[in-house]
Design a protein around this ligand. Structure first.
Ligand code: NAD
Length: 356
């Protein structure tokens, strides 16, 4: 995989939205490692000690700190850069925050994506575009079932439904303006990538289980777990990120055939309850304790989500490499080792992953 990714991205221009966030910082780091020239476009980090700062993303990207809702600025930065690839990760990314700020969540996730796609209509060079959404875009039937890309979209909470709406906008732009059948006219290939909850080093978000766990240990406090019995397909973020990059590589080779939606989730039976994840993380750390509490009804969160990744496996030859235990171990190791040198541990984990 590494050879293909190096051949695809070396000396190519990549416009990356959300580069100040958790997944975006890792992706910027990987793209730099692959030899790409990256321009990031995001709001400034909203906390201290973010991964963006720890691994010095601004030193190897052209970092634009601006709002994706500022259409004029976004369009100017995009068109001036002339990208070969666009990875769109900028989003209001938290379910709980979407209950507090529903309108902002829809604006950012739907209109942010529309602004980006609309700007690309004015761009006359070839470009592969990947919009990152989530497993939560599917209408959740709350049963043990693996959702495939043809399943109905939906979403109970504002975050999930805003991402489902984002998928519909991507699909509409693909059909209306970037139709694969008319590729020679517009030269754009547009896809979406759906992956589930990820864990990994450097996440500082509130209300996500690993950052909450690390903060509780740092403060010597007991961790509160909401919805302890919720089952999630826990995945290390390097698995879906490698999927996004592989999708981009295939779109580059064959832009007509690979424009579409792709699921990226774990294949083996690695579903764990939130409580079990916490127990395993505490055991690797050798410390930490917790107590459980249930969410109230007005903060509904989908409880069982699983993705069918047959399409990504068959078409992209993408396979998740890390089990849930390996994902937890890598994540905890990152936090342990990053105290002295976050850049080196990030580099080490990326090199190990791509050489697996
Ligand atoms: N982390 C996960 O477990 C997970 C799971 C599924 C999907 N996703 C999706 O992956 C993407 C990245 O997630 P993440 O975990 O890195 O999120 P994050 O919250 O850490 O980062 C979000 C990024 O979006 C940027 N952003 C937000 N509003 C913006 C605006 N108005 N203008 C410009 N930039 C803006 C932020 O500045 C930040 O760079 C998101 O689209 C998210 O929905 C994440």
């Amino acid at each position: 995989m590494l050879k293909l990714l190096q051949e695809t991205y070396r000396d190519k221009k990549v416009f990356l939205t959300g580069h100040t966030g958790f997944k975006g910082s890792w992706l910027a780091f990987i793209l730099n490692h692959l030899g790409a020239q990256v321009k990031g476009y995001s709001l400034p980090p909203n906390q201290n000690q973010t991964l963006y700062e720890l691994i010095k993303v601004s030193t190897y990207t052209d970092s634009v700190l601006a709002d994706i809702l500022d259409k004029k600025r976004l369009e100017t930065e995009l068109l001036n850069f002339q990208p070969d690839f666009v990875f769109h990760l900028a989003a209001q990314s938290l379910v709980i925050e979407s209950y507090a700020e529903p309108a902002l969540t829809y604006e950012t996730n739907v209109m942010g994506t529309v602004n980006l796609l609309d700007s690309l209509r004015k761009y006359d060079k070839p470009c592969q575009v990947i919009a990152v959404t989530t497993d939560k875009v599917y209408e959740n039937i709350e049963q043990r079932y693996a959702y495939n890309e043809n399943d109905k979209l939906g979403g109970f909470d504002p975050y999930s439904s805003s991402k489902a709406a984002c998928e519909i906008a991507v699909s509409s732009f693909r059909q209306s303006f970037f139709n694969p059948k008319k590729y020679d006219l517009h030269q754009k290939s547009v896809s979406s990538a759906r992956s589930g909850n990820v864990i990994g080093g450097g996440d500082r978000s509130d209300n996500r289980i690993i950052p909450d766990l690390i903060r509780a240990i740092e403060k010597n406090e007991s961790l509160e777990i909401r919805n302890p019995t919720s089952i999630r397909p826990w995945q290390h973020l390097l698995d879906p990120l490698s999927g996004y990059l592989l999708l981009g590589a295939n779109m580059k080779k064959n832009p007509r055939n690979f424009a579409g939606a792709y699921n990226f989730g774990p294949t083996e039976d690695v579903d764990l309850s939130v409580e079990e994840l916490v127990k395993r993380a505490h055991s690797i750390m050798g410390k930490g304790d917790y107590f459980t509490s249930e969410l109230s009804n007005d903060r509904h969160e989908a409880s069982l989500l699983h993705l069918d990744v047959t399409k990504a496996q068959n078409q992209l030859k993408w396979h998740p490499k890390l089990s849930a235990d390996e994902a937890i171990r890598l994540t905890i190791e990152w936090y342990r080792e990053s105290n002295s040198d976050p850049f080196s541990v990030t580099f080490k984990q990326i090199v190990e992953y791509f050489n697996m």
